[in-house]
Ligand binder design. Structure first.
Ligand code: SIN
Length: 330
């Protein structure tokens, strides 16, 4: 018998395909405080997504490693236990070596140079470099340039010799400290303050906003303004989850992410400078400004790391970053 298709049936079928019974839940987990570039970006994403896709999307933000921490967040994402993360670029080593380009010391003069690289073809390409691992990069977010903090005043590279520094899980960062005679401990971000306080490590490298929001300045009497590297983020999702969303919702979320990324990247430097000033005014730590010669000595000491990682990262990628950086100097 032929099925009878009525107009009412068609309307009902179309409506049920259209009406979404439950909102799509997006858990956005991160490891920093809310008053940082990433913390603010996650909250702005939640606000805009829920305003523009009411009833269709619900975003839950978990800051300060309250849901997942450095050790397990990327695996949790791949297992779809969380749907959005923004790990620091140094945390992808296990999934791609190419992203380590961002860890190379003294490759970028400032955030503008980083920005230029991220917008060019090679930088964009890195967002897609982990899709075979079920990880899709959606955007870059800035935090800021890293500064060296320690129990000792660091003016020349030899001052770091014999100290132990906390690092993120990156072989490049390990080599960077090795180049100045220091040792390293790979620790999760949530463990850094205690490790500095108890003396498990004597130094660290962080942008001002992470130092201030986690009170690291209260346990580090010296902070040298080296700007020797960058700490930025890749906003990532589970590829199957992201691509599996209804197109209209995904496109709207991607447009929102573009808007949020623009704001995060616009305000990151300002936020870091404000935290630098707060640290200075707190009087807990001496903020050391390097002379041009002193900074050049750090650059010289750490520069061999580029060569060491050229074949791992890719000479073409390093060259592309170097080229956009040089533009600044012309
Ligand atoms: C972060 O900013 O997400 C943490 C970076 C770190 O582990 O130092």
């Amino acid at each position: 018998m032929k099925p009878i298709i009525t107009l009412a049936g068609l309307v009902l079928a179309a409506a049920s395909a259209w009406v979404q019974a439950e909102p799509i839940v997006i858990k956005f987990s991160h490891v920093v405080a809310e008053d940082t570039p990433k913390g603010k970006g996650a909250l702005m994403f939640k606000r805009l997504a829920e305003e523009r896709l009411p009833g269709q999307v619900s975003v839950e933000v978990y800051p300060n490693s309250t849901l997942f921490g450095d050790a397990d967040e990327l695996e949790a994402l791949r297992n779809d236990d969380v749907q959005l993360l923004a790990p620091s670029l140094a945390k992808f080593e296990q999934y791609t070596k190419q992203v380590q380009v961002f860890d190379l010391p003294f490759l970028f003069d400032d955030l503008d140079a980083v920005n230029r690289f991220q917008k060019r073809a090679k930088g964009r390409q890195l967002l897609r470099s982990m899709e075979d691992k079920n990880l899709t990069g959606l955007a870059y977010w800035h935090n800021g340039m890293k500064q060296l903090s320690a129990t000792r005043a660091l003016r020349m590279p030899r001052d770091a010799s014999g100290l132990s520094f906390r690092i993120q899980p990156s072989a490049v960062l390990e080599a960077q400290f090795d180049a100045v005679g220091a040792t390293t401990r790979k620790l999760a971000f949530a463990e850094v303050y205690d490790a500095l306080k108890t003396g498990t490590v004597q130094g660290a490298e962080n942008p001002w906003s992470n130092i201030y929001s986690k009170k690291m300045h209260t346990v580090q009497p010296y902070i040298t303004e080296t700007n020797h590297g960058v700490l930025d983020y890749m906003v990532v999702s589970n590829t199957r989850f992201w691509m599996g969303m209804p197109h209209k919702i995904r496109f709207e979320l991607e447009a929102i992410l573009d808007e949020v990324s623009y704001m995060v990247n616009l305000e990151a430097e300002q936020l870091n400078q404000a935290d630098r000033e707060r640290i200075r005014q707190s009087g807990t730590s001496e903020v050391i400004t390097l002379t041009q010669e002193e900074r050049e000595a750090w650059r010289e000491a750490m520069r061999p790391v580029w060569q060491q990682f050229e074949s791992v990262i890719g000479a073409d990628i390093i060259k592309a970053a170097e080229t956009v950086n040089r533009k600044q100097r012309n």
